[in-house]
Write a new protein. Sequence first.
Length: 349
Amino acid sequence: MIKILVVDDSAVLRQSTKFILESDPELKVIAEAANGAEAIALTARLRPDVITMDLRMPKMDGLDAIREIMADTPVPIVVVTGVDLDREMGLSKQATQLGAVSILQRPEGVASPDYKPFALKLIRQIKAMSSVKVIHRARTLGANLAARMNVSEPIVPNRAPQKTQIIAIGSSTGGPAALHKVLSAMPKQFAIPIVIVQHISFGFVEGLASWLNDACPLQVQVAKPGDRFEPGKVYLAPDDRHLLVDRFNRINLSDAPSLEGHRPSVTILFQSVAQAFGANALAVILTGMGSDGARGMKVLRQTGAITLAQDQASCVVFGMPKEAIALGAIQHIVPLDQIAQKIREWVVA
């Protein structure tokens, strides 16, 4: 039985959330909170498996509650809010940065055509997130991030640099924060393009790109068909399209069917990078559920590319890296806070 704490200032919405969740026999709402302060106290006392958290509440809002919970009693937190996240993307960025593992926008009511898909997705998310390992987050996160953004001097390499021409990264659950950690530690004058597939809810990739662009030294943008790579730019796969590259330094987008349930697919990106760049590529697989990217990483290693995986201790979900390691696709298993350094050691910047 998965124990859930529901946090929302509206009693009606708390009951609606409870009704949805308890329609599944594996889920049990053990308590409700009307504001962030109540959520903190109930989390410490009851130790729920998962929390659903609204963002705007009286006394203490959801962001402050997430910050305190992740600092004192880390629990997987799924943000469930009626806030228009397209208009106020800053809220979702902050929630992710503070440690929320997923964000869902609640439809306007039960009559909405989006209500049933939302309910099914909420149940799936709660079940998936109940097994996620979360870590303590320092309350001084903002200051630490600002300090990391000032990193600009290259690190002296421990070995001869590779002639790397492209960096490819794949990530899923926990990926936005992991990407921030990696990209914010890269030098501003980094000379290699970076291509990324991040599994994220439809409609959120533009906000993710905007957040990373504002917070990191490198220019981050959503990839467009025909884009030509530029040194030091970061290209994120758009919603619902595969991201591929070619040997002419161009980006291609594809409407081909999903692979293993994913579009965009990390494996498809990695395979295209292997075909176009071979040994001149460096690939990283970060935290995430499932096995997407493992087969593509195997192809990359077979072509001579440098392959890295985030280690288990620093992953929110050790799924994608674990599968790639199991396939023998990974040369280096690295803690999250060392990945940027390793990239810089192996790249001529």
